[in-house]
Design a protein around this ligand. Structure first.
Ligand SMILES: Cc1cc2nc3c(=O)[nH]c(=O)nc-3n(C[C@H](O)[C@H](O)[C@H](O)COP(=O)(O)OP(=O)(O)OC[C@H]3O[C@@H](n4cnc5c(N)ncnc54)[C@H](O)[C@@H]3O)c2cc1C
Length: 388
């Protein structure tokens, strides 16, 4: 009987099985697909990372640990995971609301400064002079973090799972978990193939977590598809050595974000925006609305990113799992203190996922974690209106 079963081996689950295996825990990881895959929340080649966190300083210690863990993994494996080419957060005049923050740029600067992270505040003219890739209108304010950049999610998941296996974890892929049953002193996990009893279970099922949680927990999460687009670098000036990753907070409220063209990855500048109105069942599938890329370029990319051409090189759909305050969920399930729900969600979790994996592994082995996970308790969340 394993000590711990981890269900779902994407961003959070692959980090956790690796951390548990490194601590000598007898751990079984199960995934319905074969991660890394492109069906959930962890694909699209790159994720922005930043230590000055607009979602709040609660998160900075997590991403600091993630960077440390990924650098160690790079040294152990030779894999290329983390590229710190800088991150630029821009905010239009009169804009600010994003990801649960009332003033995303101010929170970015404050969280960075409170942890001694190097950040530079820039006005519109300074942005245009220093980063000509951004047509910042007068009144735009910005913050440049040289130590931000991007991370490669598929490569991270693959490296974490390889490391977990090397440290003795048992990994089952292509095996869907059907149900969890609370037992006296443990949990029974039923899959399509077998039944496993374990001391503890950790549910890291990402957009599918609602299928394995009681209704009062499932109702706290909404799954919304997002479309990612790679546009032609028409001017050739949008490579990772010339341009930082960026987030641009707009009035709406909405935002665009992006990563420059990276050698060896899809040849284009990756840009996305966000939508929170169309919710889906992750098993139902989703196709990007026709014309979505053209609209994104016409309305938001063309006017703001000069030199990025309208030709779409690639599109992809990826799923956000969203909570009422855009924060994470790390807590035991009601009536089942043996099962922990772990969701680094709401569209900003990848950069924190290795830190979350480490903290949850500490919690399970030592009874407490270095980084405080209390802000992610389920009790603070509300179900969206209209859902019971
Ligand atoms: C378009 C987009 C852009 C983003 N940009 C950023 C960014 O720039 N920076 C950032 O930090 N974050 C970003 N994020 C957020 C980040 O990618 C996610 O928060 C993170 O990847 C979530 O990981 P997860 O482990 O919760 O889910 P996943 O990685 O999807 O993992 C869940 C796993 O559970 C498995 N599973 C589900 N149900 C079962 C079952 N019944 N049995 C067995 N296995 C099961 C699935 O197969 C899957 O592998 C972005 C997300 C999207 C969609």
């Amino acid at each position: 009987m394993p000590d711990v079963v981890v269900i779902g081996l994407g961003a959070a689950g692959s980090a956790l099985v690796d951390q548990l295996a490194r601590r000598g825990v007898d751990v079984l990881g199960i995934d319905r697909f074969s991660p890394p895959h492109d069906l959930g929340s962890t694909h699209g080649e790159t994720r922005i990372t930043r230590l000055a966190v607009g979602e709040g300083s609660t998160y900075t210690p997590l991403v600091q640990r993630s960077h440390h863990i990924w650098r160690e993994l790079e040294a152990e494996t030779g894999a290329e995971l983390l590229t710190l080419n800088g991150c630029l957060v821009l905010q239009d005049a009169g804009a600010g609301e994003a990801h649960g923050a009332a003033d995303f740029l101010a929170t970015t600067v404050d969280s960075g400064r409170s942890f001694g992270v190097a950040v530079e505040e820039l006005d519109a003219a300074a942005v245009r002079a220093r980063f000509p890739q951004f047509a910042a209108p007068e009144g735009t304010r910005a913050c440049f973090e040289p130590g931000g950049g991007f991370v490669r999610p598929e490569a991270v998941v693959a490296a974490q799972l390889d490391s977990a296996r090397r440290h003795g974890a048992e990994i089952h892929t292509g095996e869907r978990v059907l149900s969890l049953q609370h037992l006296p002193g443990g949990v029974r996990i039923r899959t399509e193939r077998a039944s496993y009893d374990a001391d503890r279970c950790v549910l890291c099922a990402g957009p599918w977590l609602r299928a394995l949680t009681p209704p009062e927990v499932a109702s706290l999460f909404t799954v919304v598809p997002q479309t990612l687009c790679w546009f032609d670098d028409a001017s050739g000036g949008h490579t990772a050595d010339a341009m930082p990753a960026f987030i641009w907070v707009l009035r709406g409220p909405t935002l665009i974000y992006g990563v420059p063209q990276v050698s060896g990855l899809t040849p284009g500048v990756k840009v996305g925006t966000e939508q929170f109105t169309e919710a889906i069942d992750p098993d139902a599938g989703f196709t990007a609305p026709s014309g979505a890329a053209a609209r994104l370029w016409e309305e938001l990319v063309g006017p703001r990113l000069p030199g990025v051409g309208p030709r779409t090189v690639r599109t992809a759909t990826c799923l956000y799992t969203v909570t009422s305050d855009m924060g994470f969920a790390v807590d035991t399930l009601p009536g089942d203190d043996r099962t922990l729900l772990v969701s680094a969600c709401s569209g900003h979790g990848f950069k924190h996922s290795a830190g979350i994996g480490e903290a949850v592994a500490q919690l399970l082995t030592d009874g407490h974690s270095d980084v405080d996970l209390a802000p992610f308790a389920l009790g603070r969340l509300q179900a969206p209106a209209g859902r019971g």
